[in-house]
Design a protein around this ligand. Structure first.
Ligand code: ADP
Ligand code: MG
Length: 344
């Protein structure tokens, strides 16, 4: 099922949690909503589910305007950060719950519900645990059960709100890979909320970067990492540094110095030069380069990370080969190889 969010605005007592959000999610796509806390990810997910209704705009499921359809009618599956399994029910009963509470006309038989639960347990690689209670499972196992429960109703769309957020890093990484495999096997249209960029970039077909109730950028992991379209996205995804510069015609000025930078384009005026720490070339002698004084230098995983103060304007980080010397107090000249200028 495809989902189309069209010009959605959501206000809570005059506070706009979402401004004018539009997004097309394709059938069988795995989308990650990525952004800092408070950027509107959960609100957007709840609007897709039908747990909130939009102040303006609409949500389409396929060709149908579902804006006024109830949660049940939309038939979505949910998983939240804090596993909301029923403590007094076995794993199998938890998984079968959504089927058991259906109106009698569409409710499968007890035996069929049980069989479906067993089948789903195999899918989430927990065969044999059907008679356990949630308290007898690890956190990671509980989230797998929660996913099996969400899938039991054969949802049109799966909605996952930071489902691994409460688990430790190792388990999160395992579940991430596992979720990707399950997704490929089942092909559910899936919207996955996270504030963890690594999780989003690794898992999703496309990443939706959100900030302050707006979508900043939508793209594949490579697109949002290699070609961020705003200072926010540049800063939020991956490591980056920025320096204020001045653009005048065909020149980029830093203080009273003219920089030799290739392939830039920007309008005249104040601008911000963004680059990633590993995207710099060291220029011996410093000709046409940015000069920075070494403030700190440390080895990190086979590289050397060097903090520099640049002219009068702050503070950048670059990466050098680990064996390259960069004594504190010395001066380095560098040129960003890949960079972007944004109007300041
Ligand atoms: P995220 O999931 O990205 O952390 P949310 O969608 O939960 O962000 O929240 C977005 C903004 O909307 C926040 O400023 C939050 O305080 C506000 N908000 C969310 N739900 C409500 C609500 N029910 N009532 C009032 N404000 C809310
Ligand atoms: Mg949230």
């Amino acid at each position: 099922m495809s989902v189309s969010i069209r010009n959605v605005r959501k206000e809570f007592e005059n506070f706009p949690a979402l401004h004018d959000v539009s997004l097309d999610i394709k059938t069988s796509e795995l989308i990650a909503l990525l952004g800092p806390s408070g950027s509107g990810k959960t609100t957007l997910l709840r609007l897709i589910a039908g747990l909130e209704s939009p102040t303006a705009g609409s949500v389409f499921f396929g060709d149908e305007d579902a804006s006024h359809r109830s949660v049940q009618e939309r038939n979505v599956g949910f998983v939240f950060q804090h596993y909301a399994l029923f403590r007094h029910m076995t794993v199998a009963d938890n998984i079968g719950f959504g089927l058991k509470v259906r109106p009698s006309a569409t409710r499968p038989s007890k035996a069929d519900i049980r069989a479906r639960a067993i089948e789903l347990l195999r899918l989430v690689q927990l065969s044999g645990l059907e008679n356990r209670y949630p308290a007898q499972l690890s956190g990671g196992q509980r989230q797998r059960v929660a996913l099996a429960r969400a899938m039991a109703i054969e949802p049109k769309v799966l909605l996952l709100d930071e489902p691994f957020g409460a688990l430790d890093a190792q388990v999160r990484r395992e579940l991430r890979r596992w979720l990707r495999e399950i997704h490929e096997a089942t092909g559910h249209t899936t919207v996955f909320v996270t504030h963890d960029q690594e999780e989003a970039l690794e898992l999703a077909d496309r990443v939706v970067v959100m900030s302050q109730g707006r979508i900043e950028q939508v793209g594949t992991a490579d697109e949002v990492y290699d070609n961020p379209n705003s200072p926010f996205v540049y800063g939020f995804i991956g490591d980056s540094s920025s320096i204020p510069v001045q653009v005048e015609g065909d020149r980029v000025l830093l203080g009273d110095k003219r920089l030799a930078l290739k392939g830039w384009s920007a309008k005249d005026g104040k601008a911000q030069l963004f680059f990633r720490p590993h995207d710099v070339e060291i220029v011996e002698g410093g000709e046409g380069a940015i000069l920075g004084k070494v403030l700190a230098s440390r080895r990190v995983a086979g590289l050397r990370r060097v903090e520099l103060s640049v002219e009068d304007d702050g503070h950048v980080e670059i990466e050098l080969p680990a064996d390259r010397d960069a004594p504190v107090g010395s001066t380095l000249g560098f040129r960003p190889q890949r960079f972007k200028l944004f109007p300041a």
